[in-house]
Ligand binder design. Structure first.
Ligand code: DAU
Length: 340
């Protein structure tokens, strides 16, 4: 199978590519990735020289680049996206361009080249905050951040291409991923890398926001299954093995890392901060999916990975882009609203 992966230098995409190359000897992967701040070729250094993998630097919103990469593809797995909620609050424009326009450009090219399968990788954030119970695939979309709204828009675009043009596409909606190679602006890698340096983790608001934690390798396995067995036009929720609020998460990681209490700084809350996400995953389970990693085991693997790969994350945290984002982010949080 010739697979076009978009955004394969990012966190989830790079883990998926490594998984596919190991799990399927017949797969050849072309990775179309613009290498934005969150894309890192070092994440795939171990497979980059192999004959079954190639990275092409390019923008999914550029029709000519997409057309070239789509030629000969049997299937597409579409990860490329701006994903950080806080950044979308500071400035939504890149989110609209990549997540919405980029998806439309890919869908058009997939149609033109008669691609046999298109997997659109999305998020549980499109459902919005759920006070109780579980979000099912048919539930109303109530996105609350500009990021979530841009992903909801792209999900609906995919739906329209299935209904109107008969594109053989499926949508997946995953919960909070964690694991190796996650850019250290997200809560878990920020916590781990800050604590390696004995610096505080900034906890938003009262810390009672609930997330469902999914190990990225389980996500990769679920996507491989949906790629093979998912039914055209369907949506599949992909949840994790452990749901908890941020205070519990902080405490678990603290104990696991052997860090003394107190390395947490309470900061003002994220505007529009969703209180709780929770997914019903019965459709995915009916396809035959089972998690392979328990939460504590996966958390330990993740902590060990960051401890063992300082050369991967230290340069990222030193870069001007990371630092200037943080100064904007905290200026905005202090004001209690988004600043531009
Ligand atoms: O639910 C899936 C989503 O998970 C993905 O679609 C997003 O791309 C991904 O960024 C993630 O969104 P979250 O906003 O939940 O992830 P984040 O790591 O930013 O935050 C996790 C929780 O931790 C959230 O309740 C906010 C909180 N938090 C986050 C940061 C960065 C803090 O308390 N302090 C922080 O510094």
């Amino acid at each position: 199978m010739r697979l076009l992966v978009t955004g394969g230098l990012g966190f989830i995409g790079s883990n998926f590519i490594r998984h596919m190359l190991a799990a399927d000897r017949g797969v050849r992967i072309l990775n179309l990735d613009l290498r934005t701040y969150a894309g890192n070729p070092a994440s795939l250094a171990d497979v980059a020289r192999g004959p079954r993998y190639r990275w092409v630097k390019g923008d999914i919103a550029d029709p000519a680049a997409v057309d070239r990469c789509m030629k000969g593809a049997d299937a597409v797995v579409h990860f490329a996206a701006e994903t950080h909620v806080d950044r979308s609050i500071l400035d939504a424009s890149a989110f609209l361009r990549t997540n919405v326009v980029g998806t439309q450009v890919l869908l058009d090219a997939a149609l033109r080249h008669k691609v046999g399968r298109f997997v659109h990788v999305s998020t549980d954030e499109v459902y919005g905050s759920v006070a109780r119970g579980l979000s099912r695939e048919g539930d109303r979309l109530e996105p609350n951040s500009p990021y979530a709204a841009s992903k909801a828009a792209s999900d609906l675009l995919v739906r329209s291409y299935v209904v109107t043009h008969g594109l053989p596409a499926v949508v997946t909606r995953a919960s909070n991923n964690f694991g190796p190679c996650q850019y250290p602006e997200k809560a878990l890698p920020l916590m781990i890398t800050n604590w390696i340096d004995r610096e505080p983790f900034p906890l938003y608001g009262d810390g009672r926001n609930v997330r469902d934690w999914l190990f990225v390798l389980d996500h990769a396995r679920a996507l491989a299954l949906v790629l093979r067995r998912g039914r055209t036009g369907e949506i599949y929720n992909i949840g994790g093995t452990h749901s908890c609020d941020n205070r519990e998460l902080v405490e678990r990681v603290r104990v696991l890392m052997g860090v003394a209490p107190g390395l947490v700084r309470r900061v003002p809350d994220r505007p529009g901060h969703d209180r709780r996400y929770a997914l019903d995953c019965s459709k995915l389970k009916a396809l035959g999916f089972q998690h392979a990693f328990g939460f504590t085991q996966a958390l330990q693997l993740t902590v060990d990975w960051y401890r063992g790969h300082e050369a991967w994350w230290r340069p990222l945290k030193k870069k001007g882009g990371f630092r200037s984002y943080y100064s904007r982010q905290y200026a905005a949080l202090r004001k209690g609203r988004a600043s531009r």
